[in-house]
Design a protein around this ligand. Structure first.
Ligand code: NDP
Length: 471
């Protein structure tokens, strides 16, 4: 009932232009045809896109074009390809259940102790950003601890206990894909039903009246079970991101098993991606203030995306290197490492500058100087006026999303580590460019609605989004 009345409230607001533009942020209230068509396309085809990539590696040595050509020319049929695809197995189902249950356990039952002894690390109970309805949620930030324990156990097993082979993930890669899909769809469906029937906070739900859009982009802003189990924080970080580095380690172990050594390209991919993952967990508290947590509702986009898209497509470089053990020359390896590290530095420093600026309310130094800012005001759904500032110094004065630029440089480095033999490992940089450009536009649309004239003053002061002088 509560959700129904919220639905009506949202309609009234969307008819009142001012209230809608100033009072709301997050995903759309009304769905245009293009968005609807894109959503239906993704709901129908995204699982097949993931399957196509993984199957191409399994059956066609990672060639993206050969399967399509084989089907087009009649050399193979869909039925042939499907017949060669490993089905879900009891072993994979057990493995996956154990994996997710273990991560749930680490997330829900083990309060953070890392912040007690790691200098500079912020973990334990932390507050998120204020929601559109004016709620401030508390989170138990213990992702770094979960990552450390999981990896400690992984290495203990690999070098001491030998309960299972470190190649276990690679060896069950396709059967595990089916399990990940089952969880991804189950959690998104549950989130949808929960949004209608028993939302955690009815005031923070959004109903567009379009079933597909609601399913994909989510209804509830912060669905929770009990006081602490937060769907967004759990699914965004674990099991997908904790798994990312384990998956890479399993691919490295497979290379060792197949060729008797691990290539420098595989080591580079493992190191660069591990830096990114560790950075994510080290900064999990900061992450509570990013778009995923602050603005996105929890639906299929996050639920299925975190269970399937992320662990399967973000790890394509390592998978590719199992089939193609690329040996990089020393200058190439050093160049790629530098690109990855510089990209990471820009990504981290840009994020850090905004975080520092917002935390200290501008009372800090950026590049050795007092930062310049634009004063802004906005109104939340409860009608309250708030004031904030937009930074125009440091990397935020170079471009409006220079953190994305750094992220893209790092992403390019992973792909370049795979050499130039195939397109498949370059999917990541293509996808990230589309994702971050779209995210940039989506975020700016939201900020323009939220801040109105103040946002125009900001875009006049910092005219470019990603690359000064170009875009
Ligand atoms: P940002 O961290 O850039 O956050 C954008 C928000 O910051 C805006 O909505 C606005 O929020 C605020 N803001 C914008 N400009 C300014 C400014 N000049 N000064 C102060 N605040 C400002 O974006 P994301 O949350 O998208 O990304 C966080 C990081 O995560 C990025 O580095 C990105 O590269 C990475 N990322 C990685 C992905 C992956 O799949 N690997 C996917 C997505 C992101 P407010 O309403 O508070 O003003």
């Amino acid at each position: 009932m509560a959700s129904k009345s919220q639905h009506n409230a949202s309609k009234t607001k969307s008819l009142n232009g001012k209230a809608e533009s100033q009072g709301q942020w997050g995903r759309a209230w009304e769905v245009d045809w293009f968005s609807l068509a894109s959503i239906i396309f993704l709901l129908l085809f995204a699982p097949f896109i993931v399957y196509y990539f993984i199957m191409a590696c399994d059956q066609y040595s990672c060639s993206l074009t050969t399967p399509a050509l084989d089907i087009a020319t009649g050399r193979a049929s869909l039925a042939d390809i499907w017949a060669k695809t490993p089905p879900v197995t009891a072993k994979a189902a057990q493995l996956y259940t154990l994996w997710v249950s273990f991560q749930v356990l680490l997330y829900s039952w083990l309060p953070d102790f890392c912040h007690k002894f790691l200098p500079g690390y912020v973990g334990g109970v932390q507050e998120g950003a204020i929601t559109p309805a004016g709620v401030v949620n508390k989170y138990e930030v213990n992702g770094l601890q979960a990552w450390l324990i999981t990896h400690l156990l992984w290495f203990l097993n690999a070098y001491l206990l030998t309960w299972f082979s470190p190649t276990i993930i690679f060896d069950n890669w396709i059967p595990l894909l089916w399990c990940a899909n089952i969880l991804g769809y189950a959690v998104s469906t549950f989130a949808m039903i929960k949004g209608y029937l028993f939302p955690t906070n009815a005031e923070d739900c959004k109903f567009t009246g379009n079933f597909f859009y609601n399913f994909m982009m989510g209804i509830e802003f912060n669905p929770r079970i009990g006081k602490w189990f937060d769907f967004k924080l759990f699914f965004n970080g674990r099991p997908g991101i904790v798994a990312w580095t384990l998956i890479n380690l399993s691919f490295a172990a497979k290379q060792q098993e197949l060729y008797g050594h691990v290539t420098n390209s595989m080591i580079l991919v493992n190191i660069l991606q591990a830096i990114y993952v560790l950075d994510f967990f080290w900064n999990e508290t900061w992450y509570l203030k990013t778009i995923d947590i602050c603005h996105d509702h929890f639906g299929w986009y996050l639920g299925w995306g975190d269970c399937v898209w992320l662990p399967y497509l973000y790890t394509l470089q390592g998978l590719y290197l199992v089939y193609h053990p690329v040996h990089l020359s020393t200058p190439n390896a050093v160049g790629i490492l530098l690109l990855g590290l510089v990209g990471y530095y820009i990504f981290r420093m840009t994020n850090h500058q905004k975080d520092l600026f917002r935390r200290t309310d501008g009372r800090c130094l950026i590049w050795g100087k007092k930062p310049k800012a634009i004063e802004c005001s906005y109104t939340s759904a409860d009608g309250q006026k708030h004031r904030t500032k937009l930074l125009v110094s440091g990397f935020w004065g170079v471009a409006r999303h220079f953190n994305y630029t750094g992220d893209l440089m790092g992403s390019l480095a992973y792909c370049l580590a795979c050499g130039g033999g195939h397109l498949l490992p370059y999917f990541y940089i293509i996808y990230m460019t589309i994702l971050l450009t779209h995210r940039c536009l989506r975020d700016e649309h939201r900020c323009a609605n939220k801040y109105g004239r103040d946002w125009e003053r900001y875009t006049a002061a910092v005219p470019y989004r990603l690359l000064p002088g170009i875009f």
